[in-house]
Design a protein around this ligand. Structure first.
Ligand code: AMP
Length: 145
């Protein structure tokens, strides 16, 4: 059975090129639509002098979103992915990848076996959660190192 809509999750880590190429090949092979997502992680700033966590500055979040959008546009242009299938979300990568995949009726998610969260757990935290909780198929591209 051929896939019809593939969602590619990109974290811009040093290995993401392999994940991008794999999703591109699969989409060509199956003549599937390709969508791409990057999630800007919301990082609260901890400053002990203020006691509890202080939310990240709103302008900084906007800058991070804009920078992510530009980088994602670069990837999407190369893959000829139209603007309405490029997703820059803010929040938890695993939650947003699963949510967008479901909302857009993706039948395959392609991500790396690990990324910026390292290989300490062999299968990174995002990959592992998406595999366990997504409602569609998930391809975790094996990344070395
Ligand atoms: P991790 O499990 O967090 O090491 O990451 C595994 C894979 O999940 C990465 O290779 C990416 O494909 C995807 N991923 C991780 N973080 C993000 C993110 N912030 N936005 C989009 N995809 C991500």
């Amino acid at each position: 059975m051929a896939y019809r809509h593939i969602l590619l999750a990109v974290d811009f880590s040093e290995h993401s090129e392999r994940v991008i190429e794999r999703a591109k090949d699969l989409a060509q092979q199956d003549r599937a639509e390709l969508s791409v997502i990057h999630v800007v992680e919301y990082l609260p700033v901890v400053d002990s002098s203020f006691g509890p966590t202080v939310p990240l500055d709103v302008d900084l979040t906007e800058q991070m979103i804009e920078a992510a959008r530009q980088r994602l546009d670069g990837v999407a242009e190369r893959l000829a992915i139209p603007k309405n299938r490029r997703w820059v979300q803010v929040g938890s990568p695993k939650t947003e990848i699963i949510r967008i995949a479901k909302a857009q009726n993706a039948d395959l998610i392609v991500l790396g076996s690990h990324g910026r969260h390292g290989i300490a757990l062999m299968l990174g935290s995002t990959a592992s959660s998406v595999i366990h909780h997504a409602e569609c198929d998930v391809l975790a591209v094996r990344l070395k190192g």
